[in-house]
Design a protein around this ligand. Sequence first.
Ligand code: GRF
Length: 201
Amino acid sequence: MKKRIAVIASGRGSNFQAVVDAIGAGLVPATCVALITDNPKAYAIERAEKAGIPRIVIDYATFPSREAYERALLSAMQDLNADLFVLAGYMRILGSPIVRAFPGKMVNIHPALLPSFTGLHAQRQAVQYGVKVAGCTVHFVDESLDGGPIILQRCVPVLDGDDEDSLAERILEQEHIAFPEAIRLFCEDRLEIVGRKVRIH
Ligand code: GRF
């Protein structure tokens, strides 16, 4: 049976698009029931519109506090009755009440080979550190920063002369493969969290 997935994104939404395209191509047994965004200017909204996916805009700037915003977000998420929440470039840290409400039901993509280079500007961190291999990671979300159980990773070489932007572009190509693949595995019930590891069946 198809899973109900909801995507949460703050920006351009290229990963969201990759997931939508994979669903459309019949590669991922899921229905995307909503795009949720905290940013009314997110390009992801236009992508959702084109794909006929309902948009839920919870404009962070209109709330008196982070707690009030998160209460609204949690309530919107609960209403969706989704099997999986997909963080695709959601640029805020989710508070504990939301993370705890959906254990094992939330995945994120990060543009680094975790546990290296957590947080913002992971590609810049990789270039500055001088690593020779970079990449992306899809992981379940827990209460740590980019620290939940890893589902899969893809690597890319860091080339002489790479800057943050050129590396980010090359990593993004791999993100667009890794994210739909990880979501496919989830939707096929092939992922099992065992301690801090993910077994793929
Ligand atoms: C990606 O690099 C992703 O790894 C990170 O945020 C970026 C989102 O890009 N979490 P897009 O909005 O999916 O194009």
